[in-house]
Write a protein that binds this ligand. Structure first.
Ligand SMILES: [Zn+2]
Length: 380
């Protein structure tokens, strides 16, 4: 048995008929117009025991001479009745939508009201994102040990641009030469600063070229000072500095301090290479609180929360100081210098293309050499 669903939104009809099974939408489709309507329809399609097929009916027809057009007119009239209607949604979710905008969404775990697009993305992709992070950073076993609270509070405080940079660094998508070479965007995988090793992200963080070493030393001194300024337990500060600097497990006399041994055990499970990206164990904050309380009986939990977020900020500053230094060295310190480097790269690329052309057809391309001579002297 098949039922036909008539709708005057042609795009929605087409999309509806494409829907199959439980396949999730892509983020792009969630962001498109009428995605809330489609999700609603999809939910109903799944609930019904019969086949459901959508067909388009022209809206606002003058002459309603077919059954569908007459039904459409009735539906329009019913919809118009609701335009000014107000009422309470059944859901308890707080609406954060624009005034006069109302939508409610069915998902397997219930109905949602509010910022539908963000909500849908979170509901549909939250678990996928979690699985991805777990696999990529080997956190499946250590998931509950990570201090997600301070990590996400800091992450949300960053601009969109900085968040993007942060994710690129965490997930190894940053355009280092090793990665760019892999995808055919760079001729060499070698580090542009030292020219010795492949430029992976780990290498960027530990490159021993003179300028990179100096930049790192400076960033580390600032990190150390910042930890001191926010009243960090001296041993915690030392451990954090060593971990952030080397990306490896620091040597620690944990036997002497129960709090420190808790940190070491938890962070061993999470991993030390990702400490600098903010993936630290909750034990760091617990140990800091324990220490702060022993010095000040009135120490408030709020202070600890602030401390944890500040540690995240300072670790991020350390990472970006090194990454920004690398980018300035590669792309030029000033805008003009950066522009000149791009011109150089383009000219070199064009020259090699030109050479290939000349050798393949045996002719000289005088047009190109004329145009290059017009470049200002300073660029060559
Ligand atoms: Zn290097």
């Amino acid at each position: 048995m098949t039922a036909v669903l008539w709708c005057d939104n042609e795009a929605a009809v087409n999309r509806f008929n494409e829907l199959k099974g439980d396949r999730h939408y892509s983020i792009a489709s969630v962001n498109q117009a009428d995605s809330d309507v489609l999700h609603e329809l999809r939910w109903w399609k799944k609930q019904l025991p019969i086949e459901l097929h959508a067909k388009w009916v022209k809206s606002h027809q003058e002459q309603c001479d077919t059954r569908e057009s007459r039904l459409n007119r009735i539906a329009d009239r019913l919809a118009a009745l609701q335009h000014s209607a107000t009422g309470e949604w059944v859901t308890k979710s707080k609406s954060a939508m624009l005034p006069h905008t109302r939508a409610q969404l069915h998902l397997p775990d219930g109905r949602h009201t509010g910022r539908v697009h963000t909500g849908v993305q979170y509901k549909l992709w939250g678990q996928n994102a979690r699985t991805y992070i777990g696999r990529k950073l080997h956190l499946e076993e250590a998931w509950n040990l990570v201090d997600w609270d301070s990590l996400s509070r800091h992450h949300k405080s960053l601009s969109w641009q900085r968040r993007a940079t942060r994710l690129k660094l965490i997930f190894r998508w940053a355009p280092t030469n090793a990665r760019q070479c892999l995808v055919g965007q760079s001729d060499t995988p070698l580090c542009p600063l030292c020219g010795v090793e492949q430029e992976t992200l780990d290498h960027v963080m530990g490159c021993d070229s003179p300028s990179a070493t100096a930049a790192k030393r400076e960033a580390l001194a600032e990190f150390d000072q910042a930890l001191d300024d926010i009243g960090t337990h001296p041993d915690i500060a030392t451990l954090l500095c060593l971990a952030v600097d080397s990306g490896r497990r620091p040597l620690c006399d944990a036997e002497s301090d129960r709090d420190l041994s808790g940190i070491m055990v938890a962070q061993d499970t999470i991993g030390w290479g990702i400490v600098r990206y903010g993936f630290i164990a909750k034990e760091w904050t617990a140990a800091q609180t324990h220490w702060a309380e022993s010095r000040d009986p009135n120490h408030s939990p709020k202070k600890t929360l602030r401390w944890a977020k500040q540690v995240q900020e300072h670790m991020w500053s350390f990472v970006t100081a090194i990454w920004d230094h690398r980018n300035k060295e590669v792309h030029g310190k000033e805008k003009q210098e950066a522009a000149q480097k791009i011109v150089h790269a383009l000219r070199a690329e064009q020259k090699s293309k030109n050479k290939k052309l000349s050798s393949s057809d045996g002719t000289q391309h005088s047009t190109y050499s004329q145009s290059t001579s017009q470049f200002p002297r300073s660029c060559s």
